[in-house]
Design a protein around this ligand. Structure first.
Ligand code: NAD
Ligand code: IPM
Ligand code: MN
Length: 353
């Protein structure tokens, strides 16, 4: 019997709604398997928690999370309660960094039954490997002067270690897929970090002669995601470029509400964390209409991570059978609630148990 202990952090807004949905789905999935069980422990760390305790998590929060096999997170952020940079750096980004989750894996592919906004989408299947620990996301900088002379300086940090790690991950992945890696750069406009990024990409590529490579400026790459997404296989991108590109990836699939993500601790020293691409969606929170598929597909990535790829495939196939039969939330043109879609997926999973 494989017993997996998962720390669940629903967070804010629709995070609580979609995590509840996906947790019920994982319970149904483990019933199919027989030899797999999940034990979820809930942590109420959120903006509301911050208002009550003055921090996004208790002092021993990371220590407590380190006891789990994985972290399953919904979304963090309620800018009406806590400034975003405080809530995100106090929880999501803190976990990514302190648990050395240096790779953020984010797929984008055509989903059965979900209409892409593209006119004639070919069958694209992309995996973005986003560097997840440094780059443009840094707390190094400051502000100076006042009034019209005020200046904000924001430094970006690109280390050879983290850059190489992301690139090796991308190349290794490409060998198992269709053998192409595209690097997202911007070395025409950014004079230190991106020429360095290009240099490391060329160095790493030398160890993978069987993998085809190309390099695209992020602005053109974002445009190609819309006009020719089928051109791409694996993409390696810096933290910010990967963030933006994966929202475009979500959009061309049909909705930001369906895109999943896995924050991977490559060494296995700390738990990895699974959270969808979307945020807490304050505009629809509490209405029961959030699309649960991003969180459910994220659960599939967690299954894959734990070596349960077959079960992951069954889960995603079941989701696509449900979407193909028209069980769709509002964001993808349907009328169904979060619960309708979730219940239908669970019913079909139970039929397989
Ligand atoms: P968002 O992803 O929360 O919402 C953008 C738009 O997409 C909204 O109109 C929303 O209704 C819609 N949307 C998102 N997820 C959906 C779903 N599952 N089903 C249907 N519609 C969905 O992005 P935002 O508005 O920029 O951010 C809101 C808050 O979330 C902010 O505090 C932000 O910092 C935070 N955020 C957190 C994470 C995270 O924790 N991983 C990610 C992104 C944003
Ligand atoms: C994401 C989010 C986060 C990021 C924010 C909320 C800090 O947009 O996970 O994509 O930029 O990494
Ligand atoms: Mn994002």
């Amino acid at each position: 019997m494989k017993h997996l202990k998962v720390a669940s952090i629903p967070g804010d807004g629709i995070g609580t709604e979609v995590v509840e949905a996906a947790t019920n789905i994982l319970k149904a999935v483990s019933d199919i398997h027989g030899g797999l069980s999940f034990e979820f422990t809930d942590f109420p760390w959120s903006c509301q928690y911050y208002l009550e305790h003055g921090a996004m998590m208790p002092e021993d929060g990371m220590e407590r999370l380190s006891q789990f096999d994985g972290v399953f997170l919904g979304a963090v952020g309620d800018p009406n309660l806590v400034p975003d940079h405080v809530s995100l750096w106090g929880l999501l980004i803190k976990i990514r960094r302190e648990f050395e989750q240096s790779i953020n894996l984010r797929p984008a592919k055509v989903m059965k039954g979900i209409r892409s906004p593209l006119l004639n989408p070919k069958d694209f299947d992309i995996m973005v490997v986003r560097e997840n620990s440094e780059g443009e996301y840094s707390a190094i900088g400051g502000t100076m002067n006042k009034g019209e002379d005020e200046i904000a300086i924001q430094n970006a940090v690109f280390s050879r270690k983290a850059t190489e790690r992301a690139m090796h991950f991308a190349f290794d992945l490409a060998k198992k897929r269709s053998g192409r890696v595209t690097s997202a750069t911007k070395s025409n406009g950014i004079v230190y970090s991106m020429p360095f990024w290009d240099r490391v990409f060329e160095d790493v590529a030398k160890s993978y002669p069987e993998v085809k490579t190309d390099s695209q400026h992020i602005d053109a790459l974002a445009a190609f995601f819309v006009t020719q997404p089928e051109r791409f296989d694996v993409i390696v991108a810096s933290n910010l470029f990967g963030d933006i590109l994966t929202d475009v990836g979500a959009a061309i699939m049909g909705s930001i509400g369906i895109a999943p993500a896995a924050n991977i601790n490559v060494s296995g020293k700390y738990p990895s964390m699974f959270e969808p691409v979307h945020g807490s969606a304050p505009d629809i929170a509490g209405k029961g209409v959030a699309n649960p598929i991003g969180q459910i597909w994220t659960a599939k990535m967690m299954l894959d991570h734990f070596g349960e790829e077959e079960l992951g495939r069954v889960l995603l196939d079941t989701v696509e059978s449900v979407t193909s039969d028209g069980f769709l939330t509002r964001d993808i043109g349907g009328k169904h609630s979060t619960k309708d879609v979730t219940d239908e997926i669970i019913a079909r999973l139970k039929a397989k148990a």
